[in-house]
Design a protein around this ligand. Structure first.
Ligand SMILES: Cc1cc2nc3c(=O)[nH]c(=O)nc-3n(C[C@H](O)[C@H](O)[C@H](O)COP(=O)(O)OP(=O)(O)OC[C@H]3O[C@@H](n4cnc5c(N)ncnc54)[C@H](O)[C@@H]3O)c2cc1C
Length: 463
């Protein structure tokens, strides 16, 4: 196994959160991983499993302790019986490529390609619901192998009582080293682009119709102007393979989406920067006309690689709200909150388009943001800025938004929602947060895996 003592601080992907572990270790076998977990003298607590540090919440931060990399757990076994067994250090992108070579795919295909399977197995990753996927990664997980706080090698399978709790442990219940995932034949998805404005009289019926008529729905909202674009996603195998025009348009779109968020915010502070967002809106409207019957592609070939040499950085902030009441109450209240924040802070502008993922009711994992019913996210996005005042304002906005969301039935995640306090977690999950607390205590009474981030959220430390 490779080991580094007092390594240099490393940063998460958005470069906001430096982490300073005392030791970084990369075990190569399960026995070595067990030795790390039981070797508290050589590997000081807390032990934090780190994937590719693409989380933007601070959940990968250590001050002392041991960062455990799963970079050597990258086996990919041949798929069999509708499932594939993969090492926890694989990136989603590696698994997508491996399966695509065999004409197969995962049912869950979020835009991010760099999340590692260890994190996917026990944090609540999301995409818009589609087909078999509720929109949360748990819907594709069949089994998880991990080493618990006592160093015992364990397995938990879908359908077992513990699966519900373990899939929300976020590294506090054990270090995942292998995951079994559902696979299916590659599926063609037909995309359509439809536009509206939240200020139009027809907006409520447009919103309701779009969700009712389509399997998958992903929206982009300009909170300043109210312009709204839905990308609808439907499985349409009967329409055959994508044609040449669709293949070219699909490749172009993938390239544009890779740079979409930096483009939206690139002209920070210029009066004409709003024209960039207007241009994006018009481009989507044009796509809607050109591909009226739908633009077909394979979503499993679309996840994006944000690893090196990709050099842009942005940030986003996840909250999901019940679909019921979203148009009537939550969204108008959010737009009022947003406008008031901007009036009070004239230099603030989130500069991106808010991402709105429709996710389906899913109670298979304890901290599911859609545990109580279908939900839709309102995720502000903004490019990282070198201007400390802009960055501070963005952080302040996220704190204020956390308060707003917690008071409006919002559900957060713990790897994609920033600046959370214990009150936000309590408000979002109520009794389920208490279950999470009790479960963590029972699995790991000595706090071997208790990261500073979760210690603070659980009210166990103040800092
Ligand atoms: C540009 C960008 C786009 C993104 N798009 C999406 C998106 O479309 N959908 C989405 O859901 N997310 C998205 N994310 C967020 C990201 O996918 C998640 O935060 C994910 O958890 C990151 O995976 P990671 O491997 O980098 O985990 P890390 O950030 O390294 O770790 C996250 C958490 O998982 C735990 N963990 C990691 N590995 C293990 C393991 N082996 N065993 C136990 N616990 C472990 C860590 O301790 C930590 O608590 C995006 C992030 C970025 C930067």
């Amino acid at each position: 196994m490779s080991r580094h003592d007092t390594p240099p601080a490393h940063l998460n992907w958005s470069r906001q959160y430096p982490s300073n572990p005392t030791v970084v270790v990369a075990p190569k076998t399960v026995a070595e991983l067990q030795a790390v977990v039981t070797g508290a003298t050589d590997y000081p607590s807390p032990l934090l499993a780190v994937g590719s540090a693409h989380s933007n919440s601070g959940c990968t931060v250590l001050r002392g302790g041991t960062a455990v990399s799963l970079e050597h757990f990258v086996a990919l076994r041949e798929p069999a019986d509708g499932a594939v067994v993969v090492g926890a250090g694989n990136h989603l992108l590696d698994v997508h490529r491996f399966l695509a070579e065999r004409g197969l795919q995962l049912p869950f295909t979020p835009e991010i390609g760099n999340a590692t399977l260890g994190s996917v197995a026990c944090c609540c990753l999301k995409d818009a619901a589609l087909g078999e996927s509720s929109g949360f990664a748990v819907s594709m997980i069949r089994a998880i192998r991990y080493v618990d706080a006592a160093g015992v090698d364990r397995v938990v399978r879908a359908g077992e009582a513990d699966f519900y709790r373990f899939t929300s442990t976020h590294g506090l219940g054990g270090i995942v080293y292998e995951v079994t995932l559902a696979v299916q034949p590659m599926q063609i998805v037909s995309l359509r682009y439809v536009t509206s404005s939240v200020h139009d009289a027809g907006w409520p019926s447009f919103f309701a119709r779009t969700l009712a008529d389509n399997d998958g729905a992903f929206g982009l909202l300009d909170a300043s102007t109210g312009r709204f674009v839905f990308e609808t996603r439907n499985l349409t195998p009967q329409r055959g393979e994508p044609n040449a025009l669709e293949r070219v348009a699909g490749a172009l779109l993938q390239r544009i989406f890779k740079y979409f968020n930096p483009i939206m915010g690139v002209f920070e502070g210029r009066w004409w920067s709003r024209l960039v967002r207007l241009g994006a809106y018009c481009a989507f409207a044009t796509l809607g006309v050109v591909f009226r019957r739908g633009l077909r592609n394979y979503r499993n070939l679309k996840p994006i690689d944000y690893g090196p040499p990709y050099r842009f950085r942005w940030d986003f902030h996840f909250w999901a709200f019940p679909v019921a009441g979203f148009v009537e109450r939550t969204l108008p209240a959010f737009l009022d909150f947003y406008a008031a924040f901007r009036r009070a802070n004239p230099r603030f502008d989130e500069r991106g388009l808010l991402a709105c993922y429709r996710v389906r009711h899913d109670e298979r994992t304890l901290l599911s943001p859609s545990h109580d019913g279908d939900a839709i996210t309102l995720d502000p996005v903004r490019p990282m800025s070198d201007d400390p005042e802009i960055t501070a304002l963005w952080d302040q906005f996220c704190v204020a938004y956390n308060d707003f969301a917690a008071n409006h039935g919002g559900r957060c995640t713990f790897n994609q929602t920033k600046n959370l306090g214990p009150g936000h977690a309590e408000a979002a999950f109520g009794a389920r947060w208490s279950q999470f607390r009790a479960d963590r205590q029972q699995r790991d009474p000595e706090g071997r895996f208790l990261s500073p981030y979760f210690a603070r959220l659980l009210g166990l430390t103040d800092d």
